[in-house]
Each structure stands twice: as C-alpha cells, then as structure tokens.
Design a protein around this ligand. Sequence first.
Ligand code: ADP
Length: 201
Amino acid sequence: AISGYAELMENGMARGPEVERFASEIRRNANRLLSLINDIIRLSELDNMEDAITFDQVDLYEIACRCADTLRINAQKHDVSFAIQGEPVMIRANREMMIELVNNLCDNAIRYNERGGWVAVTVREVKGKGVLVVEDNGIGIPKEHQDRIFERFYRVDKSRSKQTGGTGLGLAIVKHIVMLHDASLELVSEAGKGTKITVSF
Ligand code: ADP
C-alpha cells in the first residue's frame, strides 16, 4: 500500500483532495508497519531472553495505576469508560514486562469495544496470588476462536484489527510474558457481551 500510493503520487496521478487521502493512507500503513516491526522484534527478544530477565518485587496495582493515565486518554477517544480498582499487591516480576502486559490487555479491551462501553481493571490478592483482571463489555470473542487468539498473527476480525492498528501479535506477547513469569491466564468471553482476562501470579 505504501509503495503503491507513493507511486501514484510520484506519477502525478493524484490531484487535489486525493493527495491528502493518499498521504494519510501512507501514514496509516507506515504506522502499522512500524507496530508490526516493533512487535516482531519484541517477540524475538522474549524468545531469547529467558536467562537475562531481571525479576524484582513490584507492586502490580501501582504499575496498573500508572498505565491507567495513558489508557484513559485512549479510552476517551473511543468513547469507552475506563475504571481501575484494587489494592497494593507485591509480586516477583519484571517491571517493563508488567507494563507491557497491562497495556496490551487494556488496549485490546478498548479497541474491541463499542461506543459507550466500559473497561474495568482490578488488581487483588486472592489466596496468596497476585491477580490482574481486565474486563470489558465489548464485542467479545466467539467460542470457536478462543483457543487460537493467543497464537501469533491470529485475529478474529482482520479488518477491525487492521483498522485499529492491530498486528495480531499483542496477545502472543502477553502469553509469552505470562509464561516467563510462571503465571496463569484465563479467558472468559462471549460474542456480543464482552471479555474477561485473568492473570494470576
Ligand atoms: P491485534 O493486534 O489484532 O489486536 P492481539 O494478539 O492483541 O492482536 O489479539 C488477537 C485477536 O483477539 C484480535 O485480533 C481480536 O480479534 C481478539 N481480541 C483480543 N482481545 C479482545 C477483546 N478484549 N475483545 C474482543 N476480541 C479481542
């Protein structure tokens, strides 16, 4: 797309408002390409870093609250309400990866939502485990896709994913981070009703 639109402009085939449209397509696709490259690099780093990760005592609630400021602005843009609640919970984890995990899950909960929808993030200690729950009342995931969405490049609705800047790699990164932390992941979702993802550390 990038080279196609650029070629049209180069050959003088774009006039007036078309120039603007083609330029905006080039920018949108260039951004997607960048996200894709970043996600692929990230996954290959995660593939190779098992021994090099530093684990610290971190407060999962504090990390989620910090992410919330940026996520709230993103949610507002989509006309989705964003709430966070919980209590300080100390876990042994890599801080950067926890930020990435929270951001990826919340970003999805916002993007695969409808106008007027909500996203709720909860951090609690349950039976000695740190538990993060990201829940939304968005479009949900049909049963037949639920086993596969954590695979690399698997997307239920390719056009919505593409349109909203998705790469199909976000949940693969989440799964990887969960595995590197010996944590567990649970997905409960219903098409048209919403999605709840629980990570227990
Ligand atoms: P993408 O970059 O396409 O969002 P992800 O790996 O993050 O890729 O997610 C894979 C697919 O899972 C998405 O394309 C979408 O179809 C589905 N999905 C993920 N999170 C949600 C959610 N909260 N609600 C509905 N569908 C979701």
